[in-house]
Design a protein around this ligand. Structure first.
Ligand code: PLP
Length: 451
């Protein structure tokens, strides 16, 4: 049988595995793997001759899969967990099996129309204008990079600066590491604005610009709507005012926290987001989509198109009717792209937005209840009241080594995956909630081990 013909046995094999994986409840956390052992297991597998698919699948299921910590386990509380809906996971297979790309309207109008419906829904939640639009990219890092390239070029041309003139971007000392990387990649310098209690305010931004000898070369400001470590939302309204005064591009990084726009209990904290020139929300984080999916929205997509459209004669055919077509490839630094917004579209269409609101609120409630429990526990201290779904706390008397040993013990016992974090130079503990299946009983079980 040729490798391009349909093989019922191979199909059954893979579908059977997926059926089983989809039914795991809860998904086991699993453990990190040992490099030498993995090398041994994989040795000689890729050769001129193929292998029996059942053997390869068994090797994956028995040897590889258990060394991948399940980020969709309700006990995965490190970094940013994942909790894709079953509908989104299943439709992700459709995107694969139908080879759905979402490059251009010419090739993929139906897929793009559906992706744009989701982008519109997110823009409406943020109260961005009807002109807003963009595309889905692989992650928040790619989205920050694509948006800030537009900010840089738009800022340079508005200031009459050349392509190699100095340009700066105002960022807080709490901005995500991908923003630091972006500035290095795009050759922009940072104007680092100090924060008050880890929050960037319009007042601090205004003061930094007023005190700066060359505010003219500051072209943009990056605000964070939900810092990854502690879930802190910057003073978006105040920053927007200062951005307008200084003609700065206002970029809002809501990769993690943007999902909170669905939650009435915290929506007011995002006041000012409607002024964003660009906004990033990662559905593969808190909007329950599979990897890799980040929504990138521009207030004025034409500016992004002018910067990102790739100029190649074989692509000319894509750019014929400017009013009719929407080419997602023109709004970020990519060309070929998977129609990665469709799993979210399918899940939203199947479940409705209320289910999303409830799932986001569930994590927010869990964070508040956990904070209350931490406050009520004598040997634990809350570092900061949670604003979103991250809870940062300390165990009094513990050293960095104690936190690491505790984290290792929790994982070894499959009680939880909880890694320490840094806070003002100190090692502390952190929970990142997001999975609707995480319960207070699990939290109590974990906190009991700190006694
Ligand atoms: C996660 C995160 C990013 C990076 O997103 P990726 O999808 O991991 O590339 C950027 N900014 C913030 C605030 C984040 O939480």
């Amino acid at each position: 049988m040729s490798m391009h013909s349909y093989d019922p046995a191979l199909t059954d094999l893979v579908f059977a595995y997926m059926r089983e994986r989809l039914q795991l409840d809860p998904v086991p956390l699993d453990h990190p793997g040992d490099k030498d052992k993995l090398d041994r297991v994989l040795a000689g597998l890729l050769g001129e001759q193929g292998n029996d698919p059942a053997d390869v699948m068994r090797l994956y299921a028995e040897q590889l899969a258990p060394t991948v910590i399940s980020c969709d386990s309700p006990r995965f509380l490190s970094f940013i967990p994942a909790a894709p809906t079953k509908a989104a996971l299943l439709f992700d297979m459709v995107v694969s099996c139908a080879s759905l790309q979402g490059i251009s309207w010419l090739e993929a109008s139906g897929a793009i129309a559906a992706e744009n419906q989701v982008l519109r829904l997110l823009a409406d939640l943020a109260e961005m204008p009807a002109t807003a639009g963009g595309c889905f990219v692989s992650g928040g890092s790619a989205a920050n990079l694509s948006a800030l390239v537009v900010a840089r070029d738009t800022g340079r041309s508005a200031r009459g600066l050349g392509a190699y003139d100095r340009i700066r971007v105002a960022v807080s000392d709490q901005a995500h590491s991908s923003v630091t990387n972006t500035l290095r990649i795009i050759g922009a310098e940072a104007l680092v604005v100090p924060t008050t209690d880890h929050r960037l305010t319009g007042e601090a931004l205004g003061a930094a610009l007023a005190a700066d000898p060359h505010p003219h070369d500051v072209a943009a400001v990056v605000a964070t709507a939900g810092t990854t470590n502690a879930g802190i939302i910057d003073d978006l309204a105040g920053i927007a005012d200062v951005a307008r005064e200084y003609n700065l591009w206002f970029h809002v990084d809501g990769a993690y926290g943007g999902a909170g726009l669905f939650a009435p209990s915290v929506r007011a904290r995002y006041a000012g987001v409607e002024h964003a020139d660009s906004l990033v929300i990662d559905p593969h984080k808190w909007l329950f989509a599979p990897f890799d999916c980040a929504a990138l929205l521009y207030r004025n997509p034409h500016l992004a198109q002018a910067v990102h459209t790739q100029d190649a004669s074989y692509l000319d055919v894509l750019h014929t009717d400017e009013n009719q077509v929407w080419n997602p490839t023109d709004y970020a630094h990519h060309l070929t792209r998977r129609a990665r917004g469709l799993p979210l579209w399918f899940s939203l269409a199947v479940h409705g937005t209320r289910a999303y609101t409830e799932a986001v609120e569930t994590a927010l409630t869990l964070a508040r209840d956990t904070a209350a429990l931490v406050r009520a526990t004598p040997h634990l201290e809350l570092v900061r009241d949670p604003e979103l779904s991250a809870v940062v706390f300390r165990r009094t008397g513990w050293t960095a080594q104690d936190y690491t040993a505790w984290s290792d013990r929790l994982l070894a016992g499959q009680v939880g995956f909880v890694t320490p974090t840094g806070w003002e130079g100190e090692t502390v503990a952190r929970f990142a909630f997001l999975h609707p299946g995480t319960t207070m009983a699990m939290v109590r079980e974990i906190l009991d081990t700190t006694a």
